[in-house]
Design a binder for this molecule. Structure first.
Ligand code: GDG
Length: 544
């Protein structure tokens, strides 16, 4: 490219960047969220529970190293906890986790600042195998994702899941004491916890967010313990899903499985004494932070370095970033790369597809199979369509630090998110946030929650190899002006609503809906015992 042309493009891109920053309406900042929490939840304990801990401790020779769990969700919840000085209950999974806790398994967080407490739950290997690898990831995960991996239902795994949920609930109750409290449960690992919490403390407000899809009732019906799982979930005051379709699927499932009044207008379930609101809150990311990282000089340098290392200087770059999970459609994505190079020889030697595949749940056979399939395809494509600079499909099979990941987002001319089914998919949003120069293209599966918001992405089904390959070609060939307009619109969506908005919306709904819901449970310690209250909660519908 000529010098003048390059300068013109650089100036144009700088202008776009500043315009996009100024035009975007104000969104919630970390400080706004902290202020909101202090103003709206005063005097209440806030307890968050999730399987994964926000910080883990690891042995590093003689020393202990703290690792912050990656991802926007942890960042946002970390900010809420800091504002509230609350307690985060999670499974202690680091090999030095036990060495740093006090007698009650507490460790102050964040490291060095100590504004809240992390309470660790200890699981034996057998509990972990049965609760986590077993019922959560071999039954609920495939059941909810509908990707034709047969769920495995084993009674002892479900029983262990129930026991571990009880342990989480006990830890939450212990932290809450006799105080008024708000509890926010994360994900499909904790479907039964709300019920155990409410049995003892019916007055505590409990919300749960289900980060993965919810299937239709026909599919959910095969779960042998469906009634117990649904009853457990309906002990929550609020259940959040990413998209309305999953909320409706959940309501349909309840309507078909239990005696309950399901209100499709208000999106709520009444059962005994309990009302559960079932709403959608699409999660997002800390887009400003990611955009800022993408613009830092060290990120720009890292991008140049990775181009040189992988021999990508004169090459269009495709990118995939995922945990190696069968729901993410990685073999399907690579098969379409193969087809692209077969049907469009002009891309041979001029296109490389970098796949970052973080090993995940490796104790399960299905996950090891994904790894094998992906490696085979990467080798096959590189063998068939070799490239002078390096492999045609470089495969990076390790967990990168987030700052190492952003240069890949920056470098990619195309990012392929081809999930067979996905609650949301944050990679799609992170790629857009990091593409500050608007020089990119997002190819997105219609089976992701993200596709509901990102309608101007290149939507293509991972089940249709030919059309996915053709979509890669069209996305890579789109003229710059059209490409820029498309990316501008997509990026605007991501910049408008961030992960702090998401947390605030969930907590605000919990507080607000609590005001709307007629109180039918008594305060603890009143005449009605906790056991009575629990019976109301679980009893048959009173026909309202
Ligand atoms: C569930 C739902 C929903 C990936 N590689 C590396 C790395 N990552 C980070 C990405 C991104 C996250 O992992 C993956 O995002 P997904 O949205 O695909 O997440 P799932 O793990 O499937 O999670 C999903 C999500 O919950 C949130 O509600 O969107 O639908 O399945 O943030 O950046 N991060 C780092 N190094 C890597 O190598 N640091």
């Amino acid at each position: 490219m000529e010098f003048r042309e390059r300068t013109r493009t650089a100036l144009q891109r700088a202008a776009i960047r500043s315009r996009q920053r100024c035009d975007a309406p104000p969104r919630t900042t970390r400080e706004d969220l902290m202020a909101w929490v202090r103003a709206h939840l005063p005097g209440r304990r806030l307890v968050i529970a999730s399987n994964r801990e926000p910080y883990s401790h690891h042995l590093d020779g003689e020393a202990v190293r703290v690792v912050r769990s990656a991802g926007g969700l942890t960042v946002a919840l970390d900010a809420v906890m800091q504002a509230m000085s609350g307690v985060w209950v999670a499974h202690g999974s680091g090999d030095a986790d036990r060495d740093v806790v006090d007698a009650r398994s507490h460790v102050p967080c964040p490291p060095g600042r100590s504004t809240y407490s992390l309470r660790r739950i200890w699981l034996s290997q057998q509990e972990h195998d049965r609760y986590y690898a077993g019922f959560a990831n071999s039954a609920l995960w495939p059941l909810c994702h509908v990707v034709y991996v047969r769920p495995r239902f084993r009674r002892m795994e479900f029983e262990s899941y129930r026991d571990v949920n009880q342990r989480f609930a006990d830890a939450v109750l212990d932290e809450v004491g006799d105080e008024p409290a708000v509890v926010f449960l994360q994900d499909y690992h904790l479907a039964l916890a709300a019920r155990f919490i409410k049995q003892k403390r019916p007055d505590v407000q409990v919300a749960m967010f289900w980060h993965i899809p919810w299937p239709n009732p026909e599919i959910f019906r095969i779960l042998p313990w469906r009634t117990e799982v649904l009853e457990g979930m309906l002990a929550n005051d609020l259940i959040g899903f990413h998209i309305r379709r999953h909320a409706i699927n959940f309501l349909d499932t309840v309507a078909e499985s239990l005696e309950a009044r399901v209100d499709f207008e208000r999106l709520a379930v009444d059962r005994g004494n309990q009302r559960t609101w079932v709403h959608s809150f699409p999660i997002s990311i800390d887009a400003d932070e990611i955009a800022a990282i993408a613009e830092q000089p060290e990120t720009v340098r890292a991008e140049a370095r990775l181009r040189a290392e992988l021999g990508l200087e004169d090459c269009a770059i495709g990118l995939g970033v995922d945990r190696l999970d069968y729901t993410k459609g990685i073999p399907e994505r690579l098969d379409a790369v193969d087809r692209l190079l077969e049907t469009h020889p002009e891309w041979r030697g001029r296109f490389a597809f970098v796949q970052i595949g973080v090993p995940s749940r490796i104790e399960l056979r299905e996950y090891r199979n994904v790894q094998i399939q992906v490696r085979r395809r990467a080798d096959r494509i590189t063998g068939r369509y070799p490239r002078a600079g390096g492999p045609t499909v470089p495969l990076i099979e390790r967990n990168l630090d987030f700052r190492e990941l952003v240069p890949y987002y920056r470098a990619a001319n195309l990012c392929a998110v081809t999930s067979l089914h996905d609650g949301m998919n944050l990679v799609a949003k992170e790629y857009l946030a990091a593409s500050t120069d608007l020089d990119g293209a997002l190819v997105l599966s219609p089976f992701t929650g993200a596709a509901r918001e990102l309608e101007r992405a290149w939507i293509a089904s991972p089940y249709d190899r030919d059309s996915l390959a053709e979509t890669y070609h069209r996305a890579l060939s789109e003229p710059w002006e059209a490409r820029r307009r498309r990316m501008f619109a997509l990026r605007e969506t991501v910049m408008r609503r961030n992960v702090f908005d998401w947390v605030l919306e969930v907590l605000d709904a919990l507080v607000g809906l609590g005001l709307k819901t007629q109180s039918r449970v008594r305060e603890p310690g009143s005449e009605e015992s906790a056991a009575d209250a629990a019976e109301h909660t679980l009893g048959p519908s009173d026909g309202r």
